[in-house]
Design a protein around this ligand. Structure first.
Ligand SMILES: [Zn+2]
Length: 408
């Protein structure tokens, strides 16, 4: 049977039965075969960050789909990453009630789409980028196309597809910051976390910043006049445990000095040295406190005669737990309970997502709302559990229903 004929018969059956006795689920019936074939199509398109041709192909698929259901679509260009997509249920693209966010790019090199094609083994799908983020990207479409009219009328829902999530460009970062300012709520469709049976959700994603500290000493001959030198490498060695220890004072903070450089030749007292820390934090208040403390330590110095300075870092934000995000988590829990689903498990994780960008602008954010997956970024073993697609889609639809009915 052709799919149009099947759709026609389904529509005819719905019409014949009359709206009063048709449960909502039937009208939005989930079709796993269709879902899987759409994911297969997305996986067959290379879309490594920066491969604009591939990313644009994906954006075009979704632009066409969202236009077909009457949504307002724009595809702003992000230099170096290709087109992004904004699809809104209302005409207004300046202010949203809620954002559903996913990304079109992957970390998979061009060529991996053909090398690691979509494959189904039972309900598990494999293929390059299948979990991160192609199944979840497709789930966003199913969520939206199945929403009842009163929800899309009441809420201005925006679907935001970022073409530069895995590796951003200045333009894609600016685009995302602009989108984040337009909404009080964001649901992020990174894959549901497969390390927990049945899949978990993410409440907190730590922010991460690279912190570089530079040390300036005084060179001298290590044999003739070492007493005249001031050893920058030695000062750095003293500083690393002291700076690392700041982390212990704050909940959820890690500071790891992972890269060091310094010195020139063994017979010269080292004039220069530097260390770069990976710094992670749970919220922006903690971030600022740690930065101020490390900066003060550097200004004070770690060794007489050696100057130290904290290089002004590139600032980013945590996806933080806030009073508003607590309410959003409560709403997801309520939706799951109403659907008879298992109580969601909420994780705190170390890696950032686009959710951090929404949180930075003050939005309430929940993440990992997508199809449950695992082994991300490994093209041979990355998996997406398509049996979780329907329950995850229904969960989001229920959340949007609740938002329309009662708000946060
Ligand atoms: Zn992702």
């Amino acid at each position: 049977m052709t799919s149009t004929r099947r759709q026609f018969l389904q529509a005819a059956a719905v019409a014949a039965a009359g709206p009063a006795i048709i449960p909502k689920a039937a009208a939005n019936a989930f079709n796993l075969k269709q879902f899987a074939s759409e994911v297969a199509e997305l996986v067959s398109i290379d879309s490594k960050s920066g491969y604009e041709e591939g990313s644009n192909k994906i954006i075009n698929i979704f632009a066409k789909r969202f236009r077909s259901i009457g949504w307002t679509v724009s595809t702003p260009y992000c230099k170096g990453r290709g087109n992004a997509l904004v699809a809104t249920s209302h005409k207004n693209q300046d202010r949203y009630d809620v954002v559903l966010c996913a990304h079109s790019d992957t970390v998979q090199p061009v060529g991996n789409a053909a090398k690691y094609p979509f494959k189904l083994d039972g309900h598990k799908a494999y293929g390059a980028g299948v979990a991160d983020d192609k199944s979840s990207l497709n789930a966003v479409w199913w969520i939206c196309k199945g929403l009842p009219k009163h929800v899309t009328e009441k809420l201005n829902i925006a679907v935001v597809i970022n073409p530069g999530e895995e590796s951003g460009s200045d333009a894609s970062r600016a685009f995302m910051a602009e989108q984040a300012k337009k909404t009080p709520i964001a649901l992020i469709y990174e894959p549901g976390r497969g390390e927990v049976p049945g899949g978990a959700f993410v409440a907190v994603r730590k922010g991460s910043i690279f912190l570089t500290v530079k040390f300036h000493g005084k060179p001298a001959h290590a044999g003739n006049n070492p007493q005249d030198g001031r050893n920058a490498v030695y000062a750095m060695a003293l500083a690393i445990p002291k700076i690392s220890a700041v982390a212990k004072k704050y909940e959820g903070v890690t500071l790891n000095g992972d890269v060091v450089k310094g010195g020139t030749v063994p017979n010269t007292i080292a004039e220069h040295a530097e260390v770069t820390f990976d710094f992670r934090f749970m919220n922006d208040k903690t971030r600022d406190a740690v930065l101020a403390e490390v900066d003060a330590m550097c200004k004070k110095g770690f060794m007489e005669g050696v100057k130290s300075e904290l290089v002004p870092p590139k600032i980013s934000s945590a996806l933080a737990r806030t009073p508003q995000s607590e309410k959003l988590i409560g709403l997801v829990d309520k939706a799951a309970a109403e659907l008879g689903q298992k109580k969601p498990r909420w994780l705190t994780v170390g890696g950032a997502s686009d959710g951090n960008k929404f949180s930075a602008q003050g939005a309430a954010v929940v993440c990992a709302m997508g199809v449950v997956g695992g082994n991300l970024h490994n093209p041979q073993t990355e998996w997406s559990d398509l049996s979780t697609a329907m329950p995850r889609i229904q969960l989001s639809q229920r959340v949007l229903n609740l938002l329309a009915d009662t708000g946060l």
